[in-house]
Design a protein around this ligand. Structure first.
Ligand code: BT5
Length: 262
């Protein structure tokens, strides 16, 4: 991975650290760098022992066969467009996968943070916002750490849940984790340059990749409430707009989607 930084010249990614093993790259990066220094940093772990998903869930990858890394972005005060960070990272992964490998099915994004091949999850994104004290205690500023996990070479017996898949399982081909990381990072750099000022263009790209839109869905919302309806669009906050059978439309900021078959 030492050569990885050479392939990122001209992008915002100016420091890439690689560790053999750690608990969670998201947890580490959130505290490793100062707020003044976090922007443009990347932390890659060859092996992650306490990977995090959303809502205190775990991201399990085993000893090999996965790409796990986090990036830091200094974002200032939380904006209403914060929800878009996960969405655009998912698009970057789907795009990079589509370019790197030959799949029978085109990789797509499932709102909010899954990358799917067919109906199965090949990658997940966890975006976390926090504020940090500035050097000298002269105030606070905000940062986002975006974590990406891709099942690259995992064999069928290494997949942690039946809904998971890997690039290897789908294509029978091994994939170079470093090359994929470079591709995702280059893509993410372009998208972050458009965030949050050019959300319309990002939304257009997201719509073209999102397999949730147009589908009949069941959403489990925080607090275990349930919503069934048709996913019609995403809004400027990255929320999923769901029209229930009665005709009312709800904007959903967080939740788990199941695609229902018509
Ligand atoms: C996610 O959460 O999908 C976010 C995954 C983010 C992982 C990256 S790796 C680098 C960085 N450092 C971290 O600590 N995290 C980030 P969520 O949508 O909540 O999905 C979690 C659920 O996916 C789990 O409850 C399992 O059901 C399933 N799952 C766990 N490991 C998986 C895997 N390797 N592949 C597919 N599904 C998995």
């Amino acid at each position: 991975m030492s050569g990885l930084i050479d392939h990122l010249a001209g992008t915002r990614w100016r420091q890439v650290d690689v560790v053999e093993s750690t608990g969670s790259t998201n947890a580490d990066l959130a505290v490793a760098a100062s707020i003044e220094d976090i922007d443009g940093r990347v932390l890659v772990a060859r092996h992650q022992t306490a990977g995090r998903g959303r809502h205190d869930r775990t991201w399990t990858t085993g000893p090999s066969g996965a790409l796990t890394f986090s990036v830091g972005v200094r974002v200032g005060a939380a904006t209403s467009a914060m929800g878009w960070l996960s969405l655009l990272a998912g698009v970057a992964v789907a795009d990079a996968l589509a370019r790197t490998t030959m799949f029978d099915a085109v990789p797509g994004v499932k709102w909010p943070n899954d990358v799917l091949i067919g109906e199965r999850k090949v990658a997940g994104v966890l975006s976390e916002y926090s504020t940090r004290v500035l050097a000298g205690g002269s105030g606070r500023d905000g940062q986002a750490v975006i974590g990406i996990g891709v099942n690259t070479s995992m064999t069928p017996d290494q997949l942690p849940v039946p809904e998971a898949t890997s690039v290897f399982v789908e294509t029978g081909r091994a994939i170079d984790d470093d090359e994929l990381a470079v591709d995702i990072l280059r893509e993410l750099d372009v998208e972050l340059a458009m965030w949050p000022s050019r959300l319309d263009e990002l939304a257009q790209e997201y719509r073209s990749k999102c397999v949730t839109l147009g589908q009949r869905v069941r959403l489990v919302l925080p607090g275990d409430n349930e919503l069934i309806g048709t996913a019609v669009d995403v809004d400027a906050q990255g929320r999923l707009l769901v029209t229930a059978d009665g005709g009312s439309t709800t904007a959903v900021a967080a939740g788990d989607v199941t695609h229902l078959r018509a």
